[in-house]
Design a protein around this ligand. Structure first.
Ligand code: HAM
Length: 422
């Protein structure tokens, strides 16, 4: 039997209440902060991702879904949301708008990873990007949005980690010092770190292997090597966070898994034991837009994985608003009654009342069972007599009571009942 590809999953109707809740909170928060939605294609020119995150990151080297289309063009499934937003910003001349341009997205993201809880080959990200301004208050703004998002969902227990990884002026000097530190321990570090040493030394700092911990912990700290501007920027970010009452922890080993970051980087992790994976990741990427052909354009943003958020909601038994239920289920007995049922269902829906109409040729008992299982508050029953009398039986499923109403009375009665129950 065919199955969904490994690392992907169907999001079934019974899970939609979580998804609706999370996506609604994201959209309403973005409205509050003036971020506008953008939807970029699910695949892009391969070069967009290769250029913007190149240089020994796992996402580019091992995890991208790359393919040639029928014309031979090399494409990649969206591996992350930031580079496509930057491409769209340039392609549509958004640099001519008042800056910063604030955008958000919700969409599928693809990475060929080893699937496990919270790590999938297709996942969905909600992300915010503020493009075109270097102001450190924007770094604090996006961190505040991410934090408020988690709190609004009922996930207040998390830790915010921040760091500055400098800019193209000061970072290279730090990388030299870092390499010197590691050059003394090349035999002790893990095989991956030996590759990182050659290709992407900053990533040495966030290695999770036990053998590398001590060496990483003892490494020189980038905060001691930041240039004057980066230092001032990072201090200002911390000051704004302080002014907003947002607690955070400095983590000198936080470097992030994508290569385009400059200055501020941050992650948010759930506080519960053993929760190692970040639910939010982000930072500044002041050189990215220039790398893909634009003028120098500073920017900052974050993204969060919706599956990880929902895992946390389920784990913490957070209450989500239940999915909406139909107001009534229409049952019928006999061919003529069925035509009446089909017509009445359509009329009630036109009046804005949610209706499920029985289908097939089942007994009344079985139709009422179905009314129960779809969660309908009422059943409308039409038999031969009701057809003749132009009436229906309206049955309150919970109270087990029923009354006869004329056809014209059904819509007002259901509307009153729905108003009472909400
Ligand atoms: P990222 O840290 O690679 O950053 O991904 C952002 C979030 O997506 C992670 O914190 C995690 O919640 C979720 N995520 C990542 N990979 C997976 C996976 N395989 N399965 C499930 N969830 C996953 C970015 O992608 C950057 N574009 C974020 C950003 C926006 N930076 C600046 N602006």
């Amino acid at each position: 039997m065919l199955k969904a590809p490994r690392g992907t999953s169907d999001i079934l109707p019974q899970e939609q209440a979580y998804w609706d809740f999370v996506e609604r909170q994201a959209a309403s928060l973005c409205q509050l902060y003036g971020y506008h939605r953008i939807r970029t294609p699910i695949f892009e020119d391969y070069l967009l991702f290769a250029r913007t995150a190149a240089g020994g990151t796992d996402i580019i080297d091992k995890e991208m879904y790359v393919f040639a289309d029928r014309s031979g063009q090399k494409l990649a499934l969206r591996a992350e949301g930031t580079a496509p937003v930057c491409r769209a910003y340039l392609e549509h001349g958004m640099f001519n708008l008042p800056q910063p341009v604030r955008l958000y997205y919700i969409g599928a993201t693809f990475r060929y990873e080893r699937p496990q809880a919270g790590r999938y080959r297709q996942h969905h990200q909600f992300g915010c990007e503020a493009l075109g301004d270097l102001d450190p208050s924007l770094d604090a703004e996006v961190i505040e949005i991410a934090r408020r998002f988690l709190i609004s969902l009922g996930l207040p227990n998390h830790s915010i980690y921040i760091n500055s990884i400098g800019c193209k002026d000061c970072q290279p000097q730090y990388v030299e010092v870092l390499k010197e530190h590691y050059s003394r321990s090349l035999k002790e570090i893990c095989a991956d770190c030996r590759v990182r040493f050659a290709r992407n030394p900053l990533r040495l700092l966030d290695c999770k292997e036990a053998s590398c911990q001590e060496i990483a912990e003892a490494a020189p700290r980038i905060s001691d090597y930041l240039c004057q501007q980066c230092r001032a920027h990072f201090q200002a970010v911390q000051d704004y966070l302080g002014a907003l009452g947002i607690g955070f922890q400095l983590n000198h080993r936080l470097v992030r898994g994508l290569d385009y970051y400059t200055r501020t980087v941050f992650e948010i992790q759930p506080q519960e034991e053993g929760a190692q994976s970040a639910i939010v990741g982000g930072g500044r990427y002041d050189d990215l837009i220039e790398e893909i052909g634009g003028k120098p354009t500073p920017a900052v943003g974050f993204a969060t994985g919706i599956e990880r958020i929902i895992l946390n909601l389920v784990r913490q038994e957070a209450a989500v608003p239940p999915a909406s239920r139909p107001a009534a289920f229409i049952a019928f007995m006999g061919g003529e009654a069925k035509t009446e049922a089909v017509k009445l269902a359509s009329e009630l829906r036109s009046a804005g009342i949610g209706i499920i109409a029985a289908a097939g040729d089942r007994s009344l008992k079985s139709q009422l069972r179905q009314a129960n299982s779809v969660g309908a508050a009422y059943a409308i029953i039409i038999g031969e007599e009701e057809v003749k009398a132009r009436s229906v039986v309206l049955r309150d499923m919970a109270a087990n009571t029923q009354e006869t109403l004329s056809l014209g009375e059904v819509a007002p009665a259901l509307k009153t009942a729905t108003r009472r129950s909400t």
